[in-house]
Design a protein around this ligand. Structure first.
Ligand code: 4AD
Length: 463
């Protein structure tokens, strides 16, 4: 069959078709009802959460007993308008071909399964209404990210997955090696000799594409990465994954203030895109995940994000009429409970917190004139907490070198990074958006494991 002749159920239901005759659909059976003179099948092909009703006027001519929920079918027939029904179009079947049968013990029967159970069958959960919707939504928001940056003239660049650089300097890299663990080569200090390893040095999976994005930004101007990143942090929370997707814009000739304008504009764009272009998904989330999501997003689109310094945040928190598990003092990293207080209780909207103490932030962030804080920014949103982390980068060669030395970094290894500050250095800034975190926020889904098709978390890398 001509590939382009088959019709998507979404297009049929939206009547986005040129003819009602000679229609072919392919999909999976959701329900079957058979009586003597008429039978109905609900067919879904993954293009929409909605099913197409297939009407069989002469059931005895077909082997309907062979067809169970989950079976895949090819159906030929014609379409008819059916006024005054929820779906105003249906298909009358003329030919039904079973492509793949499904036995009656197919696990996805018509009943509600818990999210926990569905995680155990991640190979089948995309067939449920919830997870097919989540994946269509993920696709749409990924597209929106590209659309936003492409329209703004950013270049999409590709940072490596395997790298010898720990971009965050936090020691959370998964190792990549071909060494034989049962027979590790040792050097003179009796340490593992990575010179014997595949890349002749110690490598791992990237924790962020930022350092390479800086390379590209200082050549191409405005760039962005969007790809998988990996963290071997043992955080078993509903917001942390060991493999997650991050989108990282990096902008040459851009300071922290200017970048915060980009952050705010970008987040609002994604919310607006979800409301305008992902109607079906937003309606589904509103009905099945959390009511009032759309209104929350609309409110944020019309608001101005709060912008406060870390010092101000600490001041607000120390005056809060709430007991925190971790008492607040200047110099500490803000914990989730603090972030949530700021964005949920105090401001009740997204908050951009800037100028954190240098001791708690990464080596590449620009040191402020007070010599105590760095030009960092975190974007906090209600319920999810931090969705963005970014900074203006240290563009001054001597200061960066000194900071890296103080942090005990191997300067020969990062000579290329310092070189960017040697030849035509420019103020530049960038940030990272956790893709799953923004999906959680827009959809209202509470666990990161349910917005990524195959979650990798401590103790779990199945599928
Ligand atoms: O704040 P992070 O660690 O920043 C960076 O990696 C910078 N290099 C980004 C940059 O400036 N280009 O991470 C950025 C965002 C966080 O705000 C969070 O949304 C997400 O990535 N993130 C995670 N998401 C899921 N699971 C994890 N374990 C995450 N760790 C960070």
């Amino acid at each position: 069959m001509d590939y382009f002749k088959k019709k998507k159920i979404k297009d049929i239901l939206q009547k986005n078709i040129t003819s009602y005759q000679d229609i072919t659909v392919l999909g999976w059976v959701k329900t079957k009802r058979v009586s003597k003179n008429i039978a109905f099948l609900e067919l879904n092909d993954g293009s929409t959460v909605k099913n197409l009703q297939i009407v069989i006027l002469n059931p005895s001519d077909f082997e309907l007993e062979e067809i169970n929920r989950g079976a895949s079918l090819k159906i030929k027939g014609y379409l008819e308008d059916v006024p005054n029904r929820e779906q105003s179009i249906e298909m009358k079947a003329e030919e039904i071909k079973i492509i793949g049968k499904a036995p009656e013990n197919y696990v996805l029967q018509k009943k509600k399964h818990t999210f926990e159970f569905l995680r155990e069958i991640a190979h089948l959960r995309p067939r449920t209404k919830t997870f097919s919707t989540v994946n269509r939504f993920r696709n749409k928001i990924a597209y929106a990210i590209h659309k936003y940056y492409q329209e703004k003239g950013f270049q999409y660049i590709h940072s490596p997955i395997i790298t010898a650089s720990d971009a965050e300097g936090a020691g959370e890299m998964f190792k990549v090696t071909t060494l034989d663990f049962d027979n590790l080569p040792k050097n003179e200090q009796n340490k593992v000799d990575y010179q014997e390893d595949f890349f002749n040095e110690q490598t791992g999976l990237t924790v962020s594409g930022q350092l390479e994005a800086e390379v590209m930004a200082t050549a191409l101007g405005d760039v962005y990465t969007f790809g998988p990143t990996f963290r071997a942090e043992n955080s078993n929370t509903s917001r942390h994954a060991s493999e997650f997707w991050m989108m990282e814009p990096e902008m040459a000739f851009c300071n922290l203030e200017e970048m915060m304008d980009v952050i705010e504009d970008f987040i609002k764009y994604l919310f607006k895109y979800a409301l305008d272009e992902a109607n079906e998904e937003m309606a589904f989330f509103g009905k099945n995940i959390e009511e009032g999501r759309k209104e929350t997003l609309k409110k944020i689109i019309n608001s101005t994000f709060a912008r406060i310094t870390y010092t101000k945040a600490v001041d607000i928190l120390s005056k809060a009429d709430q007991e925190f598990e971790f008492p607040v003092e200047w110099g500490m990293d803000l914990q989730t409970e603090h972030e949530r207080y700021l964005t949920e209780e105090h401001y009740n909207k997204p908050v951009l917190v800037t100028d954190y103490p240098k001791e708690i932030k990464a080596f590449y962030m620009r040191i402020n004139d007070d010599d105590k804080t760095v030009a960092a920014v975190d974007c906090l949103v209600p319920e999810v907490g931090e969705i963005i982390g970014g900074s203006q980068r240290e563009e001054r060669y001597d200061i960066l070198k000194e900071r890296m030395e103080k942090e005990g970094m191997n300067l020969t290894k990062y000579e290329w990074f310092l070189d960017l500050r040697k030849y035509g250095s420019v103020p530049h800034s960038g940030f990272g958006l956790g893709f799953e975190r923004i999906l959680m926020y827009i959809s209202g889904i509470k666990n990161i494991r349910d917005v990524i098709p195959f979650p990798r978390t401590p103790g779990n890398a199945k599928f």
